[in-house]
Write a protein that binds this ligand. Structure first.
Ligand code: C2E
Ligand code: CA
Ligand code: CA
Length: 567
């Protein structure tokens, strides 16, 4: 078996022995024939013909220096100068010591002296030369990305680091480039189109680095890295680079974004520069207006902070670091404001950072889906709270919870909520679900279906932040909702700004039209409250009545309210 393998392996490797002396050829051939397929040529000219013909399969040429027609030196030069033949290693046969240096300088892989050493030595030299040559081919092939011809990631960093060490004080800029929504492009226009785009980008980046003396690589499917000698006017040059790339890609279906680390002399290594550039590029993910951005330290610390919060969330849930606060909503339709429900709002008591407000983490957790865990936690806590108050005070006060747009796409949402209300012995109607208006405009049909289903299960839906998004009037009439919560931003200036006042009036009219109550939040002053009452607003939430309170503080408020009602 071993023998067969060896022969098979040998068959795949063909050696050409070039010598004008028949006896020499045969002696050498006899040493190698067991392990290789050996072919012969009696002079340089014949050899060159054979080499050209067999260039795909030839693994090694063993070449005598002195021959008629074309001698060994000349043939060696021709092979080394020809880009198609250069990969074939050449071992030179020589009897003169002086020739050894010059043939090695000409690019011979090795030499074998005449008269020949023992066969084992000859065979060892032959096999080593072949192996070395093959390894270098493998390296050459794997160092490049097949599709774009750019370096692959491993080689890029390996090579870049080596260059950095050699050019110690050379400042270098790092650029990371990404194609916006590449998976969509592949899906919509097909893989071939996607491949074409990647190739064009490869071409452009190759051009850039040829001009600047930098390096370019493809990191992964749609992400590229460019390492350039530092220039102070990169900010001015970049739009040109980008527009060249976009032109090259053609029809404007594809857009790109670029994050740049501009060398500021702080001596970061190559990887660190690219980490920063990648981070900057990631930040542009959701931007439709900016296509490149330079790294800055503030951005970096913000990103690190976000990553910390993401890492900490599980532990925080386990240790109950999240606290739910409660802010009352009052009905102002009658003579006296009446507590009707309460909104659950989350706060994070972080052991290191102190109290973190939701504005700092909700959007972040929406981005990666973690919000689902968090919201579920809040719904549970809120439901338990309603049931506790029910037992203590004998009233079932409705609590509204925020339902993120991400939750709304979970097909299990209804089941999850049912479990929670059931566990706490609550009527589904006591859990009000606040869904922000923009969730409706993102994907209206799906949201409408979800909301319809939830309402069939008995939940009440409040549309949050109404007026901030772009609901069209005809869409509104099709929306299944139970209350409209006006966006706080309109309330803020309602007393001084006539336009805002009119808008609020219109929004309240819309609520009338839809036959649902209008809720105003962010009401801070008596004047705002009275004006809203005049405009026909039904329910009010805001600092004017109360800030969001801890469960304990809210319990006190509830006690007061009930006492007031009784008297
Ligand atoms: P939102 O749902 O629109 O909540 C109203 C925000 O206005 C709350 O901010 C509340 O504290 C604040 N607020 C209430 N009255 C006044 C007032 O008179 N003046 C001013 N200036 N502000 C007032 P908060 O608690 O910081 O929450 C911010 C946002 O975070 C919420 O906006 C909501 O979108 C989100 N959020 C809060 N808790 C949760 C949660 O458990 N899950 C989800 N998905 N989102 C949450
Ligand atoms: Ca809300
Ligand atoms: Ca709101």
């Amino acid at each position: 078996m071993q023998e067969l393998l060896k022969r098979n392996k040998g068959l795949h490797r063909t050696i050409l022995i070039v010598d004008d002396e028949c006896i020499e050829r045969e002696m050498l051939g006899a040493m190698l024939e067991d392990a290789y397929a050996v072919i012969y040529a009696e002079n340089g000219a014949v050899a060159l013909n054979t080499i050209r013909k067999e260039k795909q399969t030839l693994s090694l040429v063993i070449l005598d220096l002195h021959m008629p027609e074309l001698d060994g030196y000349s043939l060696l030069k021709i092979i080394r100068a020809d880009s198609e033949l250069r990969r074939i290693p050449v071992i030179v046969l020589t009897s003169e010591k002086e020739a050894e240096v010059s043939v090695l300088q000409l690019g011979a892989a090795d030499f074998i002296t005449k008269p020949y050493d023992v066969p084992d030595v000859v065979r060892a030299r032959v096999s080593r030369s072949i192996e070395l040559a093959e390894d270098s081919i493998i390296i050459h092939e794997t160092e490049r990305d097949e599709l774009t011809g750019l370096f692959n990631k491993e080689f890029f960093f390996q090579y870049g680091r080596r260059l950095d060490t050699q050019n110690e004080n050379m400042p270098m800029d790092a650029l990371v480039m990404d194609i916006n929504r590449f998976h969509m492009i592949n899906e919509m226009y097909g893989r071939n189109y996607g491949d074409m785009i990647l190739k064009q980008i490869g071409f452009c980046l190759h051009e850039i680095v040829c001009h600047t003396g930098g390096l370019a690589c493809r990191f992964n499917s749609n992400c590229f890295g460019i390492y350039l000698p530092h220039v102070t006017d990169l900010r001015e040059k970049l739009p040109q680079y980008i527009s060249n790339i976009c032109d090259r890609m053609g029809d404007g279906k594809v857009t790109i974004r670029m994050g740049v680390y501009h060398d500021d002399g702080s001596g970061l290594d190559m990887e660190q520069r690219f980490e920063r550039a990648a981070l900057t590029c990631r930040k542009l993910r959701n931007s439709y207006t900016t296509c490149f951005e330079f790294y800055n330290a503030e951005l970096h610390s913000r990103e690190l902070y976000s990553e910390r919060l993401i890492n900490d969330i599980d532990k925080a849930l386990e240790e109950k670091q999240f606290k739910v606060f409660y802010q009352p909503k009052y009905c102002i339709c009658g003579n006296k404001p009446k507590l009707t429900s309460v909104e659950a709002l989350i706060r994070w008591y972080h052991p290191e950072f102190g109290i973190i407000m939701p504005a700092e983490f909700i959007a972040l957790f929406e981005e990666n889906g973690l919000i689902q865990k968090l919201d579920r936690y809040v719904w549970n806590v809120a439901a338990e709270q309603i049931s506790r108050w029910k037992h203590e005070f004998g009233i079932e006060l409705p609590v509204s919870v925020n339902v993120s747009r991400v939750d709304a796409f979970n097909p299990m949402l209804g089941t999850i909520l049912d479990e929670i209300t059931k566990k706490n012995g609550l009527d589904n109607g006591k859990l009000l679900l606040e869904i922000t208006e923009s969730a409706y405009t993102d994907n209206s049909q799906q949201i409408i279906d979800t909301v319809n289903q939830l309402r069939r299960q008995g939940y009440k839906i409040e549309m949050d932040d109404f007026g901030r998004g772009y609901s069209s009037l005809n869409m509104l009439t099709a929306l299944p909702i139970d209350a409209l919560k006006l966006d706080m931003n309109f309330i803020r200036n309602i007393c001084d700004n006539v336009k805002d006042r009119r808008l609020v009036g219109i929004m309240i009219e819309i609520a009338r039209l839809l036959e649902v109550p209008a809720i105003a939040e962010g009401v801070e002053t008596k004047e705002q409250m009275e004006l809203l009452k005049e405009l026909g607003c039904d329910v009010i939430q805001g600092y004017y009545f109360s800030k969001p309170l801890s469960a304990e503080d809210f319990r006190m408020l509830l006690k007061e309210e009930l006492r007031g009602e009784a008297s």
